[in-house]
Design a protein around this ligand. Structure first.
Ligand SMILES: Cc1cc2nc3c(=O)[nH]c(=O)nc-3n(C[C@H](O)[C@H](O)[C@H](O)COP(=O)(O)OP(=O)(O)OC[C@H]3O[C@@H](n4cnc5c(N)ncnc54)[C@H](O)[C@@H]3O)c2cc1C
Length: 413
């Protein structure tokens, strides 16, 4: 019977960072993942010599030097700078909204001209919205995302670059989406197509999976091992006795639910603590009902051309095109391969069985999460982490940072 200090559920970035740090502190971990591979959503797979981002485009960006140095231990990062393109009907624009976007949209050159047009369109939109609602511009408060975006960006930017894309992303008309989704619009009055404002940015040369491989090196990992199959709360759990040496487990307390389980190959395991990086609502058997997520479906194909769209990321901003983006993976690493691999991304409502990608952090779901969190806080030896365990959208840098924070707390540092 194997004994571990930690059973880490989820071999994604959070679980792997925790296991790596725990091992450094002399702890024995078993990492399990229900998928047939490690690395969670940052998994990249080499196909025709191209590193394919299997769960969506991942660009590492951070302003935190310590996190940048930390992740650079596990890979060499290239100097990729994310500069997405927006395709609207037969028009092509640079993102984020900057002077290249405005000059293409209105055939102008200076920031002053751009500001003037935006201001004029904002005033016109606001006047129209005020007329409709019978409020003065001072009293006006956007009631939905459409009103918010129109009053911040004006008609052209909203209709060509925001409306269709946002409606596809959320599966609902902008008039039915809350205004708070867009707090402000990042207009840039310089000719700068760098999407992120962060100090450090890049793609690991050779893909992301190697980072997790290195983190988990020397740690026992079992894939295709679903926590709920191996350690179901209602399943009979191993009792102290059968094949177990007294000196190994002097404390009876260790051998109670949920501290033991049987793996799918029949091995019985015992562990002191769990780090769970799966869905917190699933952990509690949806006791208060399921949390909502948005999901994404990827349609990936290899094309017999060396360069399909000339950029890693192209957003399709019109409603009539059913997908939101096309990713051409080779461009993340400046690939020169003879063929190319593209993924069309379709945004969808999540239902049980789908891959949960984005938590829907509205008031209703946040209140539901708070109920699960209050159960989690009462647990002695069960830790929750990662984007699913904490029901929070985390970029990779924030995910690592949260894992390191948990390590410090757990080890009293
Ligand atoms: C489409 C998309 C694009 C993104 N792009 C970026 C980007 O450009 N830049 C950036 O910084 N971040 C990006 N992110 C965020 C990034 O993916 C996350 O920060 C990171 O993957 C979080 O890692 P994690 O370990 O918390 O979760 P995950 O990667 O989801 O890992 C959790 C693991 O737990 C496993 N698991 C769950 N339940 C169970 C169970 N019951 N039993 C066993 N195993 C289980 C899952 O299979 C999974 O492997 C993006 C996210 C998405 C969805």
């Amino acid at each position: 019977m194997e004994h571990y200090d930690y059973l880490v559920v989820g071999a994604g970035l959070f679980g792997a960072t925790f296991a790596y740090e725990a091992k450094k502190r002399g702890k024995k971990c078993l990492v399990i993942d229900k998928r047939d591979h490690i690395a969670g959503n940052i998994y990249t797979e080499k196909i025709s010599d191209i590193n394919v981002h299997k769960y969506g485009a991942h660009i590492f960006h951070t302003s935190d030097k310590a996190i940048w140095d930390y992740v650079n231990q596990f890979a060499d990062f290239n100097n990729y700078v994310n500069s997405p393109i927006a395709a609207y009907k037969d028009e092509t624009y640079n993102l984020p909204f900057n002077m290249n976007t405005f000059s293409r949209m209105w055939n102008i050159r200076t920031p002053e001209e751009a500001k003037e047009i935006i201001e004029k369109q904002r005033r016109e939109a606001l006047a129209e919205l005020c007329k409709k609602s019978g409020k003065s511009p001072e009293e006006f408060e956007a009631e939905n995302l459409e009103e918010q975006a129109l009053s911040l960006a004006g008609k052209d930017v909203y209709e060509k670059l925001i409306k269709g894309y946002t409606e596809k992303q959320w599966g609902r008309p902008c008039t039915e989406l809350p205004a708070f989704i867009i707090k402000r619009l990042p207009f840039r009055f310089t000719y700068d197509n760098n999407y992120f404002n962060d100090r450090y940015q890049g793609i690991p040369e050779g893909g992301y999976t190697q980072i997790i491989e290195k983190m988990l090196s020397g740690i026992e990992v079992k894939t295709e091992e679903d926590f709920f199959h191996v350690v179901g709360r209602d399943e009979p759990l191993p009792k102290k006795g059968a094949g177990q040496k007294e000196e190994e487990f002097p404390d009876d307390e260790l051998v109670i639910n949920p501290h033991g389980g049987v793996l799918s190959d029949g091995t019985t395991i015992l562990f002191d603590s769990i780090l769970f990086t799966g869905q917190i609502d699933q952990y509690y058997d949806y006791l208060f009902g399921p949390l909502q997520y948005r999901s994404v479906r990827f349609e990936t194909e290899e094309l017999d051309t060396d360069n399909y769209q000339g950029n890693a990321v192209v957003n399709y901003t019109e409603k009539e095109v059913p997908f939101t983006r096309i990713i051409e993976h080779k461009h993340f690493e400046y690939g020169k391969q003879p063929t190319t691999i593209i993924s069309r991304e379709y945004s969808s409502e999540w239902k049980p069985g789908d891959e949960p990608y984005y938590p829907v952090n509205n008031d209703e779901n946040n209140a539901l999460y708070a109920k699960y969190e209050s159960l989690a806080m009462k647990e002695d030896d069960v830790l929750f982490g990662g984007r699913l365990g904490l029901y929070k959208y985390y970029d990779m840098d924030k995910d690592i940072s949260a894992a390191l924070e948990l390590v410090r707390k757990e080890f009293g540092e």
